[in-house]
Design a protein around this ligand. Structure first.
Ligand code: SF4
Ligand code: SF4
Length: 436
């Protein structure tokens, strides 16, 4: 039997629930009548507004300017009128300014023509990626141009493309690999043109054999120097640290970044966005979102504009079958619970889930029985039960000494805890308060 590589320490095997939406080809949502486009769709400082209430907008026009080194530009996905600029609360609880845009229903469809890019230097590619507002679409939303700026004295040995999509239910990247294979690969090669890696690897978990096959066929047809590596299914393999261990056998030391071990990690969706930015000069104004969960009447993978309200996506999927109180943005392990269906999609929204197993998720907390399961599954080698107790007693400094900041908030500990202790919530709180 063939053995597939994976990371060694910890990890869990939740039911992947991907069959709900993985057969569903990407559909495009009809343009909604109104979008809410936030100025904070990325890690780092929010963008500053470049437009005012009452102004009209063209498709792709820049409406927000990055306001720091780690920040990203924001563009209007549609032609329309700025009805308002107001505060919104995003699914991840970030509160920021957002443009409320009345969409011009008569806008002609914009055709983004392919332009030559083979002659571009690394610096030119990075500048275009920055100008087009590209950020990591896997959820972390780190500005991509910053990631591509390799620090002086360092170099990229391995460019590792993340096609893992290990969170249950999510299938947006899977569908992109199947349906936009060539554009994803062109995006990877554009990144390679910018950072000159010695080798390129795409890691895909072996629960997506069709994606592995189409990628391998396309790579061999085009003669790309890319190695498509099937990985054993294990959560959280999509995390940079676990992915690098699984694909190139390198460990990122505590407090260090992938580039410190000669690696650059980029998500499949981000590679697609880089292709669109550099080859089409198209800003990151839309993305594929998986809408799924047992309570969704008709799960789908939908290409939609950033700024689309969740209520519009749910209506397109036939609205939930049951009354629901909360939704999840992202996957069930690392995603954010939110309650307002007027919440907009952002550049980092990989999925919207409405589950019917809320009872299980909301099970009452009981006392810790010191079973040690949380310690066994922590991929970062932490002691979640001890950390939680320290945080409960406000001993943040002691928790920091036990490497609390290494916690990836992956949720493996809480997933496995028989006492339903909100361990991840505790880690997030401890990190926030311990930093002060
Ligand atoms: S959430 Fe943090 S403490 Fe819990 S398993 Fe993941 S990395 Fe470990
Ligand atoms: S898994 Fe839960 S019950 Fe077991 S040691 Fe960890 S916190 Fe305690």
């Amino acid at each position: 039997m063939q053995r597939f590589p994976t990371f060694r320490k910890g990890g869990v095997h939740p039911d992947d629930k991907k069959s709900l939406s993985s057969p569903c080809a990407i559909e495009r949502l009809p343009v909604p009548s109104e979008l809410i486009v936030p100025l904070s769709q990325h890690l780092g400082a929010p963008a500053s507004a470049l437009k005012q209430k009452g102004e009209t907008l063209d498709i792709g026009e820049k409406i927000g300017k990055a306001s720091g080194f780690i920040s990203a530009d924001v563009h209007s996905p549609v032609a329309g009128l700025i009805k308002d600029i107001r505060k919104v609360t995003l699914a991840n609880s970030v509160v920021c300014d957002a443009f409320v845009i009345a969409v011009d229903a008569k806008q002609p469809v914009k055709v983004w023509e392919e332009q030559p890019y083979a002659h571009l230097s690394g610096a030119q590619i990075i500048s275009i990626v920055q100008d087009m507002g590209v950020v990591g679409t896997g959820g972390a939303t780190f500005p991509t141009h910053v990631k591509l700026m390799v620090p002086k004295g360092k170099s990229v040995d391995a460019l590792v493309v993340n096609g893992v999509e290990c969170e249950p239910y999510l299938t947006a990247d899977h569908r992109l690999m199947l349906e936009e294979t060539d554009k994803v690969l062109q995006g990877v090669m554009i990144v390679a043109q910018a950072v000159s890696p010695k080798r390129i690897i795409i890691g895909v978990e072996n629960n997506k054999p069709d994606a592995i096959e189409v990628l391998r066929n396309a790579v061999s047809q085009k003669g790309y120097p890319i190695d498509v590596v099937p990985l054993k299914v294990k959560y959280p393999q999509g995390d940079e640290k676990q992915l690098l261990k699984a694909t190139i056998g390198r460990e990122i030391p505590s407090g260090k970044l992938p580039i410190d071990v000669g690696a650059l990690v980029l998500n499949v969706g981000t590679s697609f966005a880089v292709y669109e930015a550099v080859a089409l000069r198209k800003p990151l104004i839309d993305r594929v979102v998986t809408v799924s969960g047992e309570a969704i009447a008709s799960p789908k993978n939908i290409r939609t504009y950033v700024g689309t309200k969740v209520v519009d996506l749910l209506a397109y999927c036939g609205n939930p079958k049951e009354r629901y109180e909360k939704m999840i943005s992202g996957g069930p392990m690392m995603g954010f619970a939110f309650f307002d269906d007027q919440t907009p999609i952002t550049k980092g929204s990989s999925g919207i889930l409405v589950l019917d197993n809320q009872k299980e998720l909301d099970a009452p907390t009981t006392a810790c029985i010191s079973c040690g399961r949380c310690v066994a599954v922590c991929p970062m080698g932490l002691q979640p039960t001890k950390l939680y107790k320290l945080i409960e007693h406000r001993r943040y400094e002691d928790a920091m000494k036990m490497n609390l900041m290494d916690c990836k908030e992956c949720g493996c500990c809480a997933y496995t805890c028989p006492a339903h202790i909100p361990l991840v919530h505790g880690m997030k709180l401890g990190k926030k308060l311990g930093r002060k």
